[in-house]
Design a protein around this ligand. Structure first.
Ligand code: 6GU
Length: 233
């Protein structure tokens, strides 16, 4: 029942974070999704609670120990789980992957790295997938986990307030969104420039509105993100 996330992190207080608010927060209260945040440090084997060590071969930074990560993982028990290590070297998260994860029939375990990384052997031994949220470097995987979770949660049945919103999105699937306007129909900005809402939107002609929005979406996509368009266009 509902999508369940396990979080393996050195900062369990970072969850649910922003996901306790707004749409995802309401969905959490409604039990449409749930989470279990584990502190990796609780699985350290020594009295100093050591979780990391220096890298073999030398170099800067520290590496999270395989044995500690595995102990945390095994504490989750035998429930089937999709295991994801959040790391900038993973495949980049996109909407098809988000849709796949939101529809997962198993728990999703997210390993959030810190320091230089995680001992490769625990990733290999437990067949972690690696996922990145984009081509830049964060100081840790936790914000990436929150983003991945947010993107999944908003797709769950019963989460969106307005059932129209999801359909609207599939209409413009793969394109950037057209511009939005609300009242007043004419607005003067702080420089004294008067700005009107595009006439078609106040015309009441729903066919024309739809056509205009589609054209706007296409033009925006062509200008800003041509990589999103199929090769034919
Ligand atoms: Cl998943 N982790 C970190 N540390 N940095 C990232 C990232 C993940 N995705 C993009 N940058």
């Amino acid at each position: 029942m509902g999508l369940h996330f396990n979080l393996l992190t050195l900062f369990p207080e970072m969850f649910p974070g922003s996901l306790a608010l707004s749409l995802s927060g309401r969905a959490l209260e409604k039990r449409l999704w749930s989470y279990h945040s584990l502190n990796i440090r609780d699985f350290a084997g020594d009295r100093h609670k050591t979780v990391d060590d220096t890298p073999y071969g030398g170099g800067a930074g520290m590496v999270l120990r395989a044995d500690v990560i595995e102990a945390a993982l095994l504490s989750l028990g035998e429930r089937p789980q999709r295991k994801i290590y959040l790391s900038p070297r993973g495949k980049v998260l996109n909407q098809p992957l988000v849709q796949e994860l939101a529809a997962a029939q198993t728990d999703i375990t997210l390993l959030c790295g810190r320091y230089e990384g995680v001992d490769q052997r625990v990733l290999d031994a437990h067949e972690f997938e690696e996922v990145s949220i984009g081509d830049y470097v964060l100081s840790g995987g936790e914000p990436a986990a929150l983003i991945l979770m947010d993107a999944c949660i908003r797709l769950l049945d019963g989460v969106m307030g307005n059932e129209d919103t999801a359909g609207e999105e599939s209409f413009s699937a793969g394109l950037l969104e057209y511009p939005h306007y609300t009242r007043p129909a004419e607005w003067t900005d702080s420089s004294g420039v008067s700005r009107k809402v595009p006439e078609v939107l106040t015309s009441g002609d729903h066919g024309k509105v739809k056509e205009w929005r589609r054209a706007q979406s296409l033009a925006l996509t062509r200008n800003r993100r041509p990589d999103l368009l199929p090769p034919s266009s």
